[in-house]
Design a protein around this ligand. Sequence first.
Ligand SMILES: NC(=O)c1ccc[n+]([C@@H]2O[C@H](COP(=O)([O-])OP(=O)(O)OC[C@H]3O[C@@H](n4cnc5c(N)ncnc54)[C@H](O)[C@@H]3O)[C@@H](O)[C@H]2O)c1
Length: 294
Amino acid sequence: MDNFEDKVAVITGAASGMGLAFARRFGQEGMKVVLTDVEEDALNAATQALKQEELDVIGVQANVANLDEVQSLADTAMKEFGRVDILCNNAGVAGDLDFVGQRNQPLWEQSPELWNWTFGVNVTGVLNGIRTFLPIMLSQNEPGHVVNTASMAGLLGGSSAGIYGATKHAVVRITEALYFQLMEAESKIHASVLCPGIINTRIFSSGRNRPDIFWTTDEKPDESDTGARIDAGDQFFAHGLPPESVADQLLESIKNNQFWVLTPDVPLERISIRHQHIIDQTNPSQLPPLTPIN
Ligand SMILES: NC(=O)c1ccc[n+]([C@@H]2O[C@H](COP(=O)([O-])OP(=O)(O)OC[C@H]3O[C@@H](n4cnc5c(N)ncnc54)[C@H](O)[C@@H]3O)[C@@H](O)[C@H]2O)c1
């Protein structure tokens, strides 16, 4: 895609972080943008802020893990703007991602509720977006683009964040399949998988959107624990890259039909080491913890 004027983008997880940065950047390119998010107040604030910047946007609340809600989102987008040219399946939650170490529990101690919540948003959410929007985009028979936000965690191994990492490996694989399937269908839609490193967003505070049914009684942290832990996590991510730089990079990648989109801080040598172990069939090596680049 190289012409963005008056095209329509739907961005999930657009009330915060990278999704909000994409919405602003796409709006500045002359696109109409549907911001969608599960967090209503943050979504309203984000939509209002972009409207005040005279961008052509609407906000639609939806939980990406719920196919019916994603279908209503598509209905609203079509009613309002009549087409969809770019879909960013970006909404995601941290699950067991934990760089501050207080809760780096092994997989055998993690609750099914945590697995189900994380997979529901990060994997089913992406599949719901594909299932709902691809038929619309294909029927337009015009250039379009699907971006799925995975993570460097979808390319790396290691002991931390086994659940989060599994969801992001799934997003990488799903997007690769989508890339080939769109090509085999001779469609004008391209796909990219965005793999950010450490970005300054509210990802560490994802628990704010974790529904009660996905908490267990012994797991739900009390307020003081949440506060201390969140502060430490937010400080860690505050040293990450600004989401605006990811938005600029993503826009260029869409223009160039680039499939792999890795932010500059992704440690390529770790990906290479992991792949070499696979090729050599040697056991994975333990590497030092990752740190933000700023
Ligand atoms: N921040 C990082 O360092 C980083 C690195 C790699 C990948 N990612 C991925 O980037 C994506 C965007 O996250 P972010 O870092 O901007 O964090 P963020 O928390 O600032 O934004 C994520 C948004 O998703 C929304 N969301 C959560 N659950 C939802 C649901 N069920 N339905 C709809 N919306 C929902 C949240 O309300 C929030 O607005 C996620 O997929 C995340 O896994 C983040």
